[in-house]
Design a protein around this ligand. Sequence first.
Ligand code: CMX
Length: 134
Amino acid sequence: MLTRIDHIGIAVSSIEESLPYYRDQLHMQYMGTEEVAEQKVKVAFLQIGESSIELLEPTSEDSPVAKFLQKNGPGIHHIAYAVEDIASTLKSLAAQGVRLIDTQPRNGAHGAKIAFIHPKSSAGVLTELCQAGQ
Ligand code: CMX
């Protein structure tokens, strides 16, 4: 069902301040920044092999990422796995009793369809499934 690690999401209070480390010191390829208004975040993508690092900055005080930062400070927020067919993957996981946050896909960055698995089913790690946009 899963084909690779699509990205690792890292919560930051400022993309502008965090980007130089990844782009200029680690020399990851910066792919651009995009706002996902629906989820109240701005995301910057940095390519590393077949995966990427996603820096997540909240765009409002009531953003889930702002709450994460208040509670934990900056750090790893989620891991995302690429899937070919998100709807059938969600159906299969639900049938196996996996607890889902999203039973239906929502819109992610780059036109992707995404869905979150509840961390209670994934050893405390917020887990995202990600079907690439066409
Ligand atoms: N790590 C671990 N646990 C987390 C977590 C995290 N980063 N974020 C939330 N949780 C836990 C909560 O504590 C809660 O646990 P309990 O049910 O035990 O209380 C549970 O997950 C559900 O969280 P919630 O905030 O109550 O549920 P919501 O449905 O309101 O929101 C979620 C869940 C994950 C969508 C939201 O918290 C969030 O992080 N939204 C931002 C998503 C994001 O990163 N979007 C980027 C899109 C770009 C892309 O990747 O394409």
